[in-house]
Design a protein around this ligand. Structure first.
Ligand code: SF4
Ligand code: SF4
Length: 217
């Protein structure tokens, strides 16, 4: 029985806040996030409104609360596949996609230097490219590289394995299926940015107005 245990789905600022607040009220918490890092879209913002602080500040405080609280177990690259049961007694199946980089990663960046294959930088809305082995962003938590195997160029795998002195790259890592029993579920899977092209008076996205950008960009 998972009574007293809470599953939080979504590791953005809402999910992270829910997880730390519940854990600090002495609930055991499992936090799952589909991206390879916590913090969600807040990581992508330039400033917080209204104080115009950098978003990394508030996130770092929450990451520290997570690290210091043994009641929180968190999983990235994790997707909920099935939920059974009813309030007080849920059984949840979660699939963890392989990151192909294990906890030995020190973020030294040596693999990235020798990797030639590239992928779209999804964190930056596809405005640029990252290497096939990459740190999702500068303040990523957990601070650990991710390998996009499909984006590797010929010979990259050998080169990155050779470059990594910490045995952190595991090209054979497999997906994992985990089952949790929890009493309650908090669904905090986030939001989609507003389509700024609807604000026609600002001409966002129109030719000649490339300098009109959103806060997310
Ligand atoms: S501590 Fe961080 S979030 Fe708070 S006002 Fe300063 S910069 Fe902003
Ligand atoms: S995977 Fe290895 S080489 Fe790449 S950043 Fe991590 S520790 Fe460094």
């Amino acid at each position: 029985m998972g009574e007293g245990k809470i599953l939080v789905v979504g590791g953005g600022i809402s999910g992270v806040t829910a997880a730390v607040e519940a854990a600090e009220m002495e609930y055991d918490v499992i936090l799952v996030e589909k991206e390879p890092y916590l913090g969600g879209r807040v990581n992508q913002l330039r400033y917080y409104f209204p104080k115009l602080c950098p978003p990394t500040c508030g996130l770092e405080i929450n990451y520290r609360r997570i690290k210091e609280n043994p009641r929180i177990e968190f999983y990235t690259m994790a997707t909920v596949k099935n939920i059974e049961g009813s309030p007080g007694n849920y059984k949840v199946t979660v699939e963890i996609a392989p990151r192909y980089v294990n906890e030995n990663c020190t973020c030294c960046g040596e693999c990235e230097k020798v990797c030639q294959g590239e992928r779209e930088d999804t964190f930056n809305f596809g405005l640029g490219k990252t290497k096939a082995i990459y740190l999702p962003h500068e303040h990523a938590f957990p601070a650990r590289y991710v390998l996009d195997k499909a984006a590797l160029a010929e010979g990259d795998l050998e080169r990155i394995l050779e470059a990594c002195k910490y045995n952190a790259i595991e090209p054979d890592m497999q997906p994992q299926t985990l089952t949790f029993e929890v009493g309650a579920i908090i669904w905090a899977t986030g939001w989609k940015p507003y389509d700024a092209t609807k604000l026609t008076n600002l001409k966002y996205g129109q030719p000649g107005f490339e300098n009109v950008i959103t806060n997310m960009q």
